[in-house]
Design a protein around this ligand. Sequence first.
Ligand SMILES: O=C(O)CCC(=O)C(=O)O
Ligand SMILES: [Fe+2]
Length: 231
Amino acid sequence: MFELARGLDPQALRKIYDAHGRLQITDFLTRESALALYEDLAQSTEWRLTVNRGEEILHFGLDELGLWEPAKAELLEKAVTSGGRFGFQFRYDVIRKAEGSDGLLTPFTEFMCSDNVLDLMRAITGADDVSFADAHASRYRAGHFLTTHDDRVDSMGRRAAYVLNLTPKWRPDWGGLLQFFDSRGDVVRAFTPGFNTLNIFRVPQAHNVSWVTPLAGAPRYAVTGWLRANS
Ligand SMILES: O=C(O)CCC(=O)C(=O)O
Ligand SMILES: [Fe+2]
């Protein structure tokens, strides 16, 4: 089903990862595999809106949201914007792998957990104890975002994060950049979502996804997760 692009050079990638704690692989899958995954996500009806309320993670069906009274929608809007002003906040659409879910997310997760891919991930990151990868799909539309955080959850054994971007064409003006920060809050690197581009970065490390602007001509599709050790 899914195939790695040919010619990936683990040693060269390892050098970049070691030097910066992050890297981009601009063609990760074969074009056919990446297109199949993109098309599957673009036509899926399994998307739900996810937002956090403090530590709590909420999900809303998109049909359900369409039926909300304007006053209720406004309350959610206010909660999300005030939550993000000084704290950790996100809002985007998600598909989480679930028993019986059709679509390509489960086969893709299995692909990420295959010996071939895990060998490559261990070679790139040097994290020899990585034994599996988890995955969920994300879709950021205008007004979606994820404020600065470092992905650290000690009990989860996260060694590195990965993001496979799948929108065929993206412009930095559309927002949705994966940004990395130093301790002063300066952006030290920003990755513009690129089709079939895999971003990998060491955990913990401060990063965010910038607000997707009304200029966005398409949703920002990705499959993302963590390379994990059994903890
Ligand atoms: O979508 C991305 O580029 C990053 C997502 C992320 O940082 C996360 O889900 O924790
Ligand atoms: Fe993150």
